[in-house]
Write a protein that binds this ligand. Structure first.
Ligand code: SF4
Length: 345
């Protein structure tokens, strides 16, 4: 039997769902009953905190009442997030939940982490005698933020398909698994009318905040770059980064090398990436500078269309007529650019 305080800290667990089911709580009760008002307040607080701080925030869990309210605030926050109906916001909220869980997980025992790994079907092995953890490489690749140096396969020790990881690494992999699970679940749900009516003022307030944030971060023409003239592949990668999707390393690499070839400097490139819900300036700067050659001896050239296809980052369904005549994303961009300048002449 899992303790109530654990369910409150980890409301995504199967045991947490069972608790809600066993107590026969209906959506109507959660939304109407004065008994659950505190849960409704915390639900909205989770969303606000996730948007502001990328963490749904800590609350005191001293009594049974605190724990129940905290636990119930999770499904409420999710239902409201669905009704806010904004991909950027949903990604940011999912990140806020996942980051919060990560912070809690690093303080938990290895056995607790192993139990949670099972809920995400992560194939993790623990050698008790040597206190060593390892994860099957496909699960590692699916969840590791390989855009960061430390997570690249080349920097990892692998034996018989299992990659050695630390306790903290496992917590981070669970964070990523949870984040993508929440993203998928939120995307698959539809807004419930009763929820949108009950939380109408919070929903419009948050929507407004998201809009203001967007305006602030809006990609003002950076340097000489014209987003509209980007080839479909680069548009896709940029949009995925900006909405916080897990873009494979090759996609990030191709985009940065492409932008660098257009003579955008590191700050301009960072500005383009800064609207991503999980944007971390220092880490992104490091990666960008590595690709552009500021911190390495080589400035990498952007891949051509053939290579883009091989890496699966040329979106066949989005290719247009110009794509058929070009063999490199750069020549696509230049052709559009020249066409436009001729029109203006
Ligand atoms: S054909 Fe080339 S330019 Fe067009 S989307 Fe594919 S990779 Fe990009």
């Amino acid at each position: 039997m899992v303790e109530l305080s654990t369910l409150a800290k980890y409301p995504f667990l199967n045991a947490s769902k069972t608790y809600v089911k066993d107590n026969a709580l209906s959506v109507e009760e959660l939304l109407d009953d004065p008994l659950y008002e505190r849960a409704r307040i915390i639900g909205v607080e989770r969303l606000d905190n996730a948007f502001k701080d990328r963490d749904v925030g800590n609350r005191i869990l001293a009594t049974e009442y605190d724990c129940v309210m905290e636990l119930l605030s999770y499904p409420i926050a999710r239902m409201v997030a669905v009704c806010i109906d904004d991909v950027y916001f949903k990604r940011r909220y999912a990140l806020g939940e996942a980051v919060h869980v990560y912070k809690n997980l690093i303080g938990e025992s290895v056995h607790f982490l192993l139990d949670i790994s099972k809920e995400f079907n992560l194939n993790v092995k623990h050698r008790e005698d040597a206190n060593k953890l390892s994860i099957y490489f496909t699960d590692y690749l699916r969840n590791a933020p390989t855009r960061y140096k430390k997570w690249k396969m080349i920097n990892r020790e692998m034996k018989a398909g299992y990659i050695h990881i630390s306790h903290r690494d496992l917590a981070r992999l669970i964070q990523e698994a949870l984040r993508s699970r929440i993203n998928n679940e939120l995307d698959a749900r539809k807004c419930n009318r009763v929820i949108s009516d009950t939380f109408s003022s919070d929903i419009s307030r948050i929507k407004n905040k998201v809009m203001m944030h967007r305006k602030k971060m809006e990609v003002a023409p950076v340097g000489k770059l014209d987003i509209e003239k980007l080839p479909p592949c680069m548009k896709e990668i940029l949009a995925a980064i900006q909405s916080g999707e897990n873009v494979p390393h090759m996609g990030r690499f191709a985009l940065v090398a492409f932008l660098n070839s257009l003579r955008l400097n590191t700050n301009d490139i960072l500005k383009l990436f800064s609207s991503a819900p999980d944007f971390e300036e220092e880490k992104t700067r490091y990666q960008v500078e590595h690709i552009t050659g500021s911190t390495s001896s080589t400035a990498y050239a952007p891949p051509g269309c053939d290579k883009m296809r091989t890496y699966g980052i040329c979106p066949a369904d989005k290719m247009d007529e110009l794509c058929k005549r070009k063999r490199h994303p750069l020549s696509y961009y230049k052709a559009k650019w020249n066409k436009n300048s001729k029109k203006e002449e």
